[in-house]
Design a protein around this ligand. Structure first.
Ligand SMILES: *[C@@H]1O[C@H](CO)[C@@H](O)[C@H](O)[C@H]1NC(C)=O
Ligand SMILES: *[C@@H]1O[C@H](CO)[C@@H](O)[C@H](O)[C@H]1NC(C)=O
Ligand SMILES: *[C@@H]1O[C@H](CO)[C@@H](O)[C@H](O)[C@H]1NC(C)=O
Length: 612
């Protein structure tokens, strides 16, 4: 073909800038390949970043009990060294979906630990209440050892039980499909049932939103509650039980969910008077966590590809364009950094990694839906969204055989990739993801290694690769009752038994990441190392010892930590040493310590010692 035709056909493929110019093909391909390469390496960092924050074996989880997810290893400015029900459930939903896709036996053991930890946490009485009437289930956060957090907090937070039910159901479905129905019935269902009873009883009461600031009704909370009740009822049936409270309340939660729609975007917080616009990444997160790969572009369930949610995507993301320095010079219709909500003042209000990634994920999920459905409907509601990324867009229905469909989906993919490219730009070379990045300089800010940031990278990447989660039944749960009623169904609650899991077949790890922890009081200028009998630990040569980090050291828990990859089954001797600022080396007292790396499916292990 001639050059003119070639360029025209690229335009037809949607490689166009907002003003309608075409991007040269080679440049575009290079850019996408470079992004692909970075995403692949960052995804591995994100997975290990998640696992590092989960007790008992995670490299940065000293102090966390087995199966407990720390929000971040950060103990000061800010102190996120707790476990949140919401964050943990979102993290484990991501890990369950990874496990279903990869069959990674190490992940499965972590999932089992999580379930065992939740069985205990559900019974812990706390300032929100106890299990007896369900109220304690909505306590937002607990101590890393699984005891109650008794300080002041924005409580209750009613999304936690719903999200935990969804994570557990995802694993429960896998158990059922793979011949472990008694495990699903005896150990997963009782936990899920408590959470479902909670949602059915309390969905119509105000509580704190996912950012823990607004006491009212939150779109994210209502959306995930509706999802949990719908899939909870189906899961109940699949284990030979029923959930009448799910069935009576789900339609009412869906009815209430419609109330958040303003006509042009989602008002994320209602039943409150907080003076905000309601434009909030709350709604982007609501959409991605209720995405159903079998649903159509349904406005009623706010699917990612629905006209409502595309319109909302534009309104929410546009609200950050003029208020962040990092967004200056970015044209309308190109991806920009996204924060929580424009009125945010926490750390002076900045973009968040997980919010920007959720903007990308919604678009990748929408793309999946358009391709699966085989057509795009541009309506008056979604027209402004489409025009921003494809200026000649017009209302109408475009089937997959049309060049307009090709152009629209291509523009959508490039636009979604743009959000990931922003994350790439503001991620340090280590790949570490904090909570926020500075709105002016782009430097990482607030909590380091935020578990949720890493999990949001994993789910974004799965959506980008069309690796979709299991359907939750949205396609048949989209009938809104004729009138919305204030309602509730009183539940009954009981402690779930401590689970006992069968030995699942898995591949024994050949290499284990062994984390060394030593509790030792040190003064500034002193550094702690571990040295041992094997080459990877320096063969007793103090100049080749493994350096440990004091980044989690506090006066109460003076912990130094560091990890070494060792072959499973390796036996070795070791000691901790202190290097003083003058270069002198102090050894621990005798005897030498010794250990054998376990041979199991776990890819991580932890040793906790006290300096001798
Ligand atoms: C309870 O439900 C009714 C009917 O949908 C609604 O008008 C009301 O705002 C809801 N209140 C809360 C706090 O959810
Ligand atoms: C939250 O708001 C409700 C009224 O909607 C009120 O009853 C409750 O006390 C409030 N909770 C807190 C912690 O302020
Ligand atoms: C510790 O190991 C080193 C190196 O093998 C050895 O020289 C030393 O005697 C050992 N110490 C004790 C107390 O066994």
């Amino acid at each position: 073909m001639g050059l003119g035709t070639f360029i025209k056909s690229l335009c037809a493929l949607g490689f166009v800038l907002p003003l309608g110019q075409c991007i040269p093909a080679t440049k575009l391909v290079d850019k996408r390949a470079a992004l692909d390469t970075w995403i692949t390496s960052e995804n591995a960092i994100a997975l290990s970043g998640v696992l590092a924050n989960i007790g008992f074996t995670g490299a940065k989880s000293y102090g966390a009990a087995s199966g407990i997810v720390l929000a971040s290893p950060s103990k000061t400015n800010p102190d996120y060294f707790y476990t949140w029900t919401r964050d943990s459930a979102l993290v484990f939903k991501a890990l369950v979906d990874q496990f279903i896709n990869t069959k990674d036996g190490n992940l499965q053991l972590q999932i089992d630990d999580y379930i065992a930890a939740q069985a205990k946490l559900q019974t812990v009485s706390n300032p929100s209440g106890s299990l007896s009437n369900g109220a304690g289930l909505a306590e937002p956060k607990f101590m890393p050892d699984g005891t109650a957090f008794t300080g002041d907090w924005g409580r209750p937070q009613r999304d936690g039980p719903a999200l935990r039910a969804t994570a557990l159901i995802a694993y429960g479905r896998w158990l059922l499909a793979n011949g472990y129905s008694s495990t699903a019935t005896n150990f997963v269902w009782p936990l899920v049932n408590n959470d479902l009873q909670y949602v059915a009883q309390y969905w119509n009461q105000t509580g704190f939103d996912l950012w823990e600031e607004v006491n009212g009704s939150s779109f994210f909370t209502t959306a995930v509650q509706h999802r949990a009740l719908v899939e909870g009822s189906a899961f109940a049936a699949s284990v030979g039980k029923s959930c009448p409270n799910c069935d009576s309340q789900a339609p009412q939660t869906l009815c209430f969910l419609q109330r958040y729609w303003s006509g042009s975007y989602v008002i994320s917080n209602i039943n409150t008077n907080n003076g905000r616009s309601g434009k909030d990444a709350n709604s982007l997160l609501g959409s991605i966590h209720t995405f159903d790969p079998n649903a159509r572009c349904d406005d009623i369930t706010f699917q990612p590809c629905s006209p409502r949610m595309l319109a909302n995507h534009k309104v929410v993301t546009d609200s950050f364009r003029s208020i962040y320095g990092v967004n200056s010079g970015i044209a309308a219709g190109s991806a920009a950094a996204v924060g929580r909500y424009p009125e945010d003042v926490y750390y002076n209000g900045n973009p968040w990694y997980l919010c920007t990634l959720s903007a990308a994920e919604q678009l990748y999920s929408a793309l999946y839906q358009f391709n699966k459905i085989g057509s795009i409907d541009i309506t008056s509601t979604s027209l402004a969204f489409w025009k921003a990324i494809y200026p000649s867009a017009a209302t109408g229905t475009y089937t997959s055989s049309s060049s307009t469909f090709t152009a629209l989906t291509s523009a959508l993919k490039s636009y979604a990739d743009g959000y990931v490219a922003i994350i790439q730009k503001y991620t340090p070379s280590t790949g570490a993801l904090a909570e926020q990045f500075d709105k002016s300089s782009g430097a990482p800010l607030s909590a380091v290694d935020l578990t949720w940031s890493y999990a949001s990278f994993l789910t974004m990447n799965s959506a980008r690769n069309n690796v979709v989660p299991t359907s939750w039944g949205a396609a048949t749960a989209n009938t809104v009752p004729g009138s919305c009623l204030a309602s509730s169904a009183t539940g009954s609650y009981s402690a779930a038994p401590a689970p006992s899991f069968p030995v699942f077949p898995c591949t024994t790890a050949s290499t284990v990441s062994v984390t060394f922890n030593v509790l030792v009081n040190t003064s500034p200028g002193q550094n702690i190392f571990v040295v041992g009998s094997i080459p990877s630990m320096g063969t007793w040569d103090t100049s080749k010892a493994v350096p440990l980090s004091a980044s989690m050291y506090t006066s109460n828990a003076p912990v130094w930590y560091g990890s070494v990859n060792l072959g499973a089954g390796t036996s070795f001797s070791y000691k901790f040493i202190r290097k003083n600022s003058d270069g002198s080396v102090v050894w621990e007292s005798d005897p030498n310590r010794s250990w054998t790396v376990p041979n199991s499916c776990r890819t991580a292990a932890r040793l906790v010692d006290t300096w001798r």
